[in-house]
Design a protein. Structure first.
Length: 282
């Protein structure tokens, strides 16, 4: 039996192969820089002109990008053109030793997300900058900001608004991509009397909602149209869509009048218009 560590340590015995796995919902792309197909744990990695530079480790997450190169006509590149992918594409790099016995075992050496993309070699090659999971999680993000509107996410545990009585259910009859997002048509939306902008839409039976960013369509004049922030993972046409109302996040607006949860308001409703620290008291 020849183990991975022994093979890696030898200059004459090591025959490493790197494997690349990209998850772009709902499709998984598996590549290898080897000349032949590699099958590991039932997963097939196909030969592709894929390469990488050294795996970046930086205290500054903005600088800690691992560069991964693919042909410009690769399907993963198509996900990011002509506009960025509406979902996060994960990247995993694995390594095996061909001669490991009794069978090669893949070791994960990088897990992260595709963050940037540039074209090189007169547009024939695409170079992705991938941020590692540890660098991604190390970023400092504000939990609350000092603002007059509520910081809570509608219907979450802090907001505690009840979606009962604020939900509409209908059948999706069409889906189209628009410049502002994905447009879906659900007959009955305009007659429901609800205001869905800022609310959520989901295929019934799933737990993957999408934010509604526009109700009604200027392009089609159809008031049963909704524009959602990004497309569903599954084709919604013919499926039942559950849509919950949105909120203006104002204490004197929907927070009290529509949902009656003023006691849970997560903003600073009476922020003074004059900043005394900038202008002084007078």
């Amino acid at each position: 039996m020849t183990d991975f560590a022994t093979l890696q340590a030898g200059t004459a015995t090591s025959r490493p192969v790197e494997l690349f796995e990209f998850v772009g919902k709902p499709t998984v792309y598996r590549y290898t820089s080897a000349e032949d197909e590699i099958v590991v744990d039932g997963r097939t990695f196909v030969p592709t002109a894929v390469s990488r530079k050294g795996i970046a480790r930086s205290a500054d997450s903005r600088l800690g990008l691992t560069q991964i190169t693919l042909p410009a006509d690769d399907p993963i590149v198509a996900l990011h053109t002509p506009k960025p992918s509406p979902f996060q594409v994960t990247a995993k790099i694995l390594r095996i030793e061909r001669d490991e016995a009794p069978t090669p075992v893949a070791r994960t050496i990088f897990v992260g997300f595709l963050k940037t993309m540039t074209f090189d070699d007169n547009g024939h090659v695409a170079t992705f900058g991938a941020i590692s999971v540890d660098a991604f999680l190390a970023r400092t993000l504000p939990r609350f900001t000092y603002q007059s509107v509520c910081n809570h996410q509608l219907y979450d545990g802090a907001c505690q608004a009840n979606p009962a009585g604020h939900t509409f259910t209908g059948i999706c009859t069409a889906q189209d991509e628009s410049p502002s997002g994905t447009r879906i048509t659900v007959p009955g939306v305009s007659a429901s009397g609800f205001f869905f902008r800022g609310g959520l839409a989901a295929i019934q039976g799933t737990t993957d909602p999408r934010m509604v960013i526009q109700q009604g369509s200027v392009l089609t004049s159809d008031q049963d149209d909704l524009v959602i922030l990004k497309s569903f993972n599954d084709d919604p046409v013919g499926q039942t869509i559950e849509i919950v109302e949105g909120c203006d996040h104002l204490i004197n607006g929907d927070c009290g009048a529509k949902f009656d949860v003023v006691q849970n308001f997560g903003g600073f409703a009476w922020v003074p218009f004059k900043n005394l620290f900038v202008t002084g008291l007078y």
